[in-house]
Design a protein around this ligand. Structure first.
Ligand SMILES: Cc1cc2nc3c(=O)[nH]c(=O)nc-3n(C[C@H](O)[C@H](O)[C@H](O)COP(=O)(O)OP(=O)(O)OC[C@H]3O[C@@H](n4cnc5c(N)ncnc54)[C@H](O)[C@@H]3O)c2cc1C
Length: 404
């Protein structure tokens, strides 16, 4: 029997760990149940940190973890999934491969959505993938070699959601470090909605607004980016802002592989899944993390495209796919608690609890928690078999109930 997982992000990593855990608990050997994980690299890209400096350091190796838990790593990118014959076709560095499966977990994550705005592809930067973040960092360092004219010291961030706010609030300190402590960087967030952080709610938003004021980050609300060129951005209002750096952070979509699964998807391209994270109507296929839209409780809340949800959904999907093959009961995915921890650069951070986003911590206290999340909690477990397997018992993964 073979369980194939596609993707080595937060969801894929925990799908592999939890499937291997259940196999171990059931006393089944890796020969009887093979768990294979397909990804271009055996590396976790720590996406939640990609707005930081030194982005090239923001990955964590997974090969030794996989070896320790007897998960077979298959290098490559899944190009097509044939759900009728239950096979994945993979493009890899050593040619095309075909991997048949008894159960499949689609954990292919998400990608920044770049709309067809004139100039965006040529002039827009991003903090979505490691390549995006490294290109932005290289560009920012390159600014120091140019004259301080026109828009050199101006950064426009398109999108005032969580990613845009984290990128923008980090930018003044990042630019001063590159351009010199006397530099006076200008950072502007463009947000289509009439309020910054549209999802944040009225209790938490003032904390963000105060942080932006403190850092001198400007906001232009109720307007969108109409076009980009080498000199900067033109807004839908007709206003032009000279800026040598424009960071696009205005929305993500599920990675394209979800389109290969003949099933219903939401507006973000996520596969609709049942409580076991199975894709209804497609035999043997589960979806998880940013690739899936799952109910996380009985109160009408759905998992967000977040690391917090992806990690736990991964653990349930891997467990359940293995459970079906091992003939043991599945565990319905549930995630009652929800917290948000938003980095606000030199203005600290904001920690909220619950779907209504009640403010629980601000300033340095929240910043300490954000550092802990970003440098410890979201990293893979050590490559030690017992500890790694123990870390993946689904009900205990990404359990934030201690904060609620
Ligand atoms: C700048 C930034 C800040 C963020 N901040 C936060 C935060 O503070 N808190 C939070 O909870 N979340 C945050 N997020 C969101 C979080 O990073 C994602 O929700 C999370 O990465 C989703 O995990 P995933 O495993 O579903 O997908 P991903 O992490 O996207 O991983 C997908 C994996 O699938 C692989 N893959 C894709 N297609 C294929 C294919 N065809 N074949 C093989 N492999 C494939 C990829 O290479 C990758 O290994 C942030 C994201 C960004 C970009």
């Amino acid at each position: 029997m073979r369980l194939v997982i596609i993707g080595a992000g937060f969801a894929g990593m925990y799908a592999a760990l939890s499937a291997a855990r259940l196999r171990d608990v059931q006393g089944v050997s890796p020969e009887e149940l093979e768990i294979a994980l397909v990804a271009p690299e055996p590396t976790l890209v720590v996406r939640p940190r990609l707005y930081e400096q030194k982005p090239e350091t923001l990955t964590a190796p997974l090969l030794d973890v996989f070896k320790a838990i007897d998960v077979v790593y298959v290098q490559g990118s899944a190009e097509t999934v044939d759900t009728k014959s239950r096979a994945v076709h993979i493009a890899s560095l050593d040619g095309a491969k075909k991997l048949s499966y008894d159960r499949l977990v689609v954990a292919t994550g998400s990608k920044l959505f770049r709309p067809n705005i004139p100039g965006l592809a040529e002039h827009g930067f991003a903090v979505d993938s490691i390549d995006d973040a490294v290109a932005l960092d290289k560009h920012l360092h390159g600014l120091a070699r140019r004259p301080a004219l026109n828009g050199r010291d101006t950064v426009v961030v398109a999108g005032g959601g969580f990613t845009g706010i984290e990128a923008a609030t980090e930018m003044p300190a990042r630019l001063r470090e590159i351009l010199g402590k006397n530099a006076k960087p200008r950072v502007v967030i463009i947000e289509r909605n009439p309020a910054i952080a549209p999802d944040m709610g009225d209790e938490a938003r003032p904390v963000i607004e105060a942080a932006l004021r403190k850092l001198g980050v400007e906001t232009l609300l109720g307007t969108g980016v109409a076009s980009l060129d080498a000199s900067g951005v033109t807004l839908s209002s007709g206003e032009h802002i000279e800026a040598e750096t424009v960071v696009w952070a205005a929305g993500i979509r599920a990675a394209p592989l979800t389109q290969q699964i003949p099933a219903e998807r939401d507006n973000f391209g996520r596969l609709l899944v049942d409580r076991d994270l199975r894709v209804p109507g497609v035999a043997g296929v589960f979806a998880t993390g940013d690739a899936a839209r799952a109910a996380c409780d009985d109160d009408g809340n759905y998992a967000l495209m977040s690391c917090q949800h992806a990690t736990r959904m991964g653990a349930f999907a891997g467990n359940n796919a293995a459970a079906e093959l091992l003939g043991v009961p599945t565990k319905p995915y549930h995630q009652k608690g929800y917290v948000t921890c938003l980095d606000l650069g030199e203005a600290g951070a904001l920690f909220t609890t619950g779907w209504e986003r009640k403010v629980a911590m601000v300033d340095d206290v929240a910043k300490k928690t954000k550092r802990e999340i970003n440098t410890v909690w979201i990293y893979p477990p050590k490559a030690e078999r017992a500890a790694a397997l123990a870390s993946a018992d689904p009900p205990h993964v990404s359990d934030v109930s201690g904060f609620l």
